[in-house]
Ligand binder design. Structure first.
Ligand code: AMP
Length: 395
């Protein structure tokens, strides 16, 4: 199948060609025809499957005809990064359509966003909190919305956005088409989907299992040796861009600092950073001036860097869904990737859950010559065990 088969307007096909897409990905092949027929969709797909273009292309097609200068498509997404990236896809694919989009998210001044809205846009991509603020201030009008996309619904619910989403829905006055995307389908999402969609077509890609292009390995290690081991792994592995996950913001910052001091081009991404520094970290990672990005789960949502060769779980994820999300950042669209997970004795339960998820026992790797017996530094040992954990988890 080719993109020409969908019957897109030539200006949209020009955008597809410009981005170098040759053939549709499975989620695009399955969902684009149904969306173009006006059907509601429940899309079970992870980031990295091409799901953004799967909803952006039919939206561009629909909006190419009809009124301009009013918000006719609204995409609700959990993080600023994802809203920015979705807007970028809209801009790139829709460059020749003349359709305009705006990214709406908090943590930055409202002035620019309001100015863009006043200038007239057809597509708004928004985080729920800031969008609601602007709705209450009368700065945004959703009365003409005809397509609603709820992207990464599972993550939005995890982040407590369900009440905000319900409030936003109340502001949509016209009957509209709803496209809901989620990487996982717990009961809460099933409930939301029932609430917001009408006679939906369910499109499932990847069956919420890890990408098959990713190989998995475990590195048993004691907590206090993780950074040393990370440096060892990095120095002995041929990598492209590497994304390292930690459990806490503080730890993301500290690990990136330690890697930088050791001569690696590393930076961190965590929720406490001001927007300009987050953007600088992301841009640096995307362009390759930083080879290593150390991030927390929430900060890493929506990172769209195509050639991440390795995901390193410095800390075990909290659940198997998070593991799927993390490794969804590598092995994208047919490329190979590797996922390394550092496991301590305390991770036994999650290790078992991951083995059930992967339906395999990942290889346990040890680094020859690495001093696994090196004792914990004195200052850590002086604290009772539980206090040490409290310190490292919550600092
Ligand atoms: P997404 O799942 O939307 O985050 O997309 C992941 C990456 O795949 C993005 O960098 C897209 O630009 C890229 N992509 C989307 N559709 C295609 C396609 N048909 N062919 C090649 N790359 C694509």
């Amino acid at each position: 199948m080719s993109f020409e088969d969908f019957g897109f307007h030539p200006s949209i096909l020009a955008g597809v060609r410009e981005l170098g897409y040759v053939e549709p990905t499975p989620i695009q092949e399955e969902s684009i025809p149904a969306i173009m027929q006006g059907r509601d969709i429940i899309g079970l797909a992870q980031t990295g499957t091409g799901k953004t273009a799967a909803f952006v292309l039919p939206i561009l097609q629909r909006l190419s005809a009809g009124t301009r200068g009013q918000i006719r498509a609204l995409v609700v997404a959990p993080t600023r990064e994802l809203t920015e990236q979705t807007c970028e896809v809209v801009e790139n694919l829709g460059r020749q359509t003349g359709l305009r989009s705006v990214a709406i998210y908090g943590g930055v001044s409202v002035v620019n966003q309001t100015r863009m809205l006043k200038g007239g846009v057809e597509i708004a991509v928004a985080c729920p909190g800031r969008l609601l603020d602007m709705l209450w201030q009368g700065a945004v009008d959703l009365s003409a919305v005809e397509v609603l996309v709820i992207d990464e619904a599972d993550r939005m619910l995890d982040m407590g956005f369900l009440p905000d989403i319900r409030n936003i829905l109340k502001c949509l006055l016209k009957p509209h088409q709803t496209l809901l995307f989620s990487a996982t389908m717990p009961d809460t999402i099933r409930g939301l989907a029932r609430e917001v969609t009408r006679n939906p077509v369910t499109v499932q890609v990847g069956r919420t299992a890890p990408a098959t292009t990713v190989s998995h390995a475990f590195y048993p290690v004691e907590q206090h040796l993780k950074t040393e081991l990370l440096k060892e792994v990095l120095s002995r592995t041929k990598t492209g861009s590497v994304l390292v996950f930690t459990r806490t913001k503080r730890r993301a910052e500290r690990v990136a600092e330690q890697l930088s001091r050791a001569g690696y081009r590393a930076t961190s991404l965590q929720g406490d950073l001001p927007q300009n520094r987050r953007q600088a970290a992301l841009d640096g990672f995307r362009t390759g001036s930083f080879k290593i990005l150390v991030a927390t789960d929430i900060a890493a949502r929506g990172i769209d860097v195509l050639d991440i060769s390795h995901i390193i779980n410095y800390d075990m994820p909290d659940d198997t869904d998070s593991y799927i999300h993390r490794i969804g950042r590598t092995g994208r669209i047919g490329r190979a990737g590797e996922a390394f997970t550092f496991v301590t004795n305390e991770d036994a339960t999650m290790t078992g859950s991951l083995e059930r998820l992967l339906k395999a026992r990942p290889e346990r790797r040890t680094m020859p010559g690495f001093d696994y017996a090196k004792p914990e530094p004195e200052r850590h040992r002086l604290l009772p065990r539980r206090q040490t954990r409290w310190r490292t988890w919550h600092n």
